[in-house]
Design a protein around this ligand. Sequence first.
Ligand SMILES: Cc1ncc(COP(=O)(O)O)c(C=O)c1O
Length: 423
Amino acid sequence: MPIAETAASTALDLSWVRSQFPALAQTVNGHPAVFLDGPGGTQVPQRVIDAITDYLRRDNANTGGAYATSRRTDAMIAGAREAMADFFQCGRDEVVFGPNMTTLTYAMSRAIGRDLGPGDEILVTRLDHDANVSPWLALEEKGVTIRWAEIREQNCTLDITDLASKINERTKLVAVGYASNAVGTINPVKEIVRLAHAVGALAYIDAVHYGPHGLIDVAALDCDFLVCSTYKFFGPHMGVLFGKREHLKRLQPYKVRPNTNAIPNCWEWGTLNHECIGGIAACVAYLADLGKRAHPEASMRREAIVAAYEAIHHHERGLMERMIRGLTAIPRLKLYGIADPLRLEERCATFAVRVEGHTPLELATKLGERGFFTWDGNYYALNLTEQLDVEKSGGFLRIGLVHYNTADEVDRLLAALREIVSD
Ligand SMILES: Cc1ncc(COP(=O)(O)O)c(C=O)c1O
């Protein structure tokens, strides 16, 4: 029976989780380090570190050679591709590795843009990270028109009526984020894919920020492309793209002549970061183990990944409610994004705040001295900070929770913030 239909345990074994991440034991100025910088990049479990070093110690070689280390490298990459296929819920040949999401998206926009010209339109959103905007804006040089889906400023959600009104028979692609890396909004991606497909447009999903928080199922979404970065979900610094087989076959990559024409490798140029690909397989294995601890009957890897995200979701939901209660009780603090307790399923535990009389940089610096790792600025969600008119005054302070954070860390962060703003 699929996991979703069982009464699966949603308990996250938090002490086991934290024991997996050696970085969490650090201190700063005598304070325990509190990693609230997950949206910028998460920490990695020991097994990811081991996989990277073991590869370099034992298997380090280029691909396709007629000798042991090269064959082991080929097998390792094939295994990592299978792991990511289970992570995405797609075929192995639909998984493309690359240096990061931005590079993969530029490569794809270049290839998709070969067929586009004047009269064609691409829809982007104000809520998105610029990595899912500028690669499409670059196609303006071919005469493509870029249209913008606006947001509802009061809660930083996408205005779906506006978005739908800008999709028409000229629309060739809709580029949308699964979740906002600035304010945490989760977008109704399945519905947006449906709107795009209704006019024959492609749907390109940036799942970088969603990846650590929610289960990805490209089959259920029916999206054409979905891209994420493994360093945001407990893996090494790399990007991975899902592309529907028919598109990966049909589109023409810019590539060197000796490279194969077979998918997915024709989309992977030059020598990849093999040691990090080894780390990606270990990162998916970590998630699967986490899922098996919550739901021991999950025997297949995909089932275990589903169970892992159920447990992650449940834990993060509790932290999110605690954080919102605490933040909204701080005088002169403004929380951007959804705060309505009835709509918390539409956001993840990423919080953008501003406090009257304090710049985001000042807050992040004072928190940093106390061991709390937060971020300030726009984190490349530049179109949003400009729209909300906070760009010139330092953007937001961003506090990002993932599943290895604790309720105690939330309480300590809130206490530190209260103390700093009352100075
Ligand atoms: C939502 C979102 N999209 C895209 C990116 C870019 O990812 P990468 O660094 O892998 O290019 C980021 C990075 O912060 C992000 O948060």
